[in-house]
Design a protein around this ligand. Sequence first.
Ligand code: UD1
Length: 420
Amino acid sequence: MDMITIQGGMQLNGEVATSGAKNAALPILFSALLAEGQHEFTNVPKLRDIYSTKELLESLNCEVKFENNTFKVNVKRPEKLQAHYDYVRKMRASILCLGPLLSKYHEAEVSLPGGCAIGTRPINIHLDSLKEMGAQIEVKAGYVHAKAPGGLKGARILFEVATVGGTENIMMAAVFAQGETVIENAAKEPEIVDMANYLIKMGAKIEGAGTSIIRVQGVNELKPATHDIIPDRIEAGTLLIAGAITGGDVTVTRCVPDHLEALILKLRESGFKIETSDSSIRVLPQSVWKGVDITTTPHPGFATDLQAQFMALMVEAEGTSVITESVFENRFMHVQELVRLNADITPKTRVAVVRGKKGGLLAAPVMATDLRASACLILAGLVAQGETKVKRIYHLDRGYENLELKLASLGAKVQRLKEE
Ligand code: UD1
């Protein structure tokens, strides 16, 4: 197992480019199942979750070539319309093959994803919405068995919460449904817009992606297409915070500043000077910054996937910051590890009070508990006095392409080693 060691105290400076968005690539790769034939995707990040997706697609009879960030997939009719537990347990997003398989082949069997470190993460909204579209759904022996004899039917669906994966699954399910499907209280994340753009390229009729009401008119056929995946806003935000926390001058290129408005606003409120262009964001050197409060909410609010990283920044701020996690019920696993690095944080169920102190972090061995928590600990390690060892770094490899190399290119002393 790998770990990452960071020698604290180096100021980061320079330019660094963002990779393609994991959370856009995953649903888009699954949406390829809707059209048999050759699809090609560029700017696909080399990540463990993408390799898990490749394996799952291969188990569904697809031929995949993944080289140099280009993912070519030849989709053929699956022999068995099943996403086995072996794949789903490695990656929750595997549930995203339910919508396309059921839509195209009127039948699918997908293993139930388990809970995960950040909460129970139910899929009730995915399943209830498919039922409203006429699917017969049975959950038994750890699998969702879904059938829609004669095909799915368009429906008016109101989501109880704006779920990202639910919006993607139902959009994919709706492309071949008879008539119109309307999703109300849809999630508005940029990754949903990217997936809708790909579906439209294939011939789907979709309006409103990126707003809370999405309308899909069913069509009879889709054709394969090519697509360049959008930049990863969470990676861009993480790199920006890396510059900020070290008091450096860092420009993150190949990103979309509009996707990071909430973070930019909070960085400015905290005292950082931020410059943006069409495709880059620069944080200017700042030696002292103040604690600010954040509440995570669905897009365009402050992203839950940047909460842990922002907390690391607040640990080094002057003053108190109240961090409220409103999206997931258990997303403060990084707090105990930050405390091991001498941070002063009181966590309650969904609220953490961070009493910031510049220069207070001291290196220690810590353990990554989930993907974004790993990034948070690496950011804290950049400023902790001494050498921080972040163990169980496999979580990081699910979602960040070469993060340690990117940080090293900016001047960080960071290394990947085998855990002793
Ligand atoms: C996606 C992202 C993840 C991000 C999250 C929220 C991917 C692959 N992952 O996850 O990185 O943190 O959005 O921005 O894109 N919920 C229900 N019932 C459901 C579905 C969801 O109650 O059927 C709840 C969840 O428990 C959670 C909230 O809705 O509290 C949001 O979850 P959701 O938007 O579905 O997250 P994911 O799509 O799993």
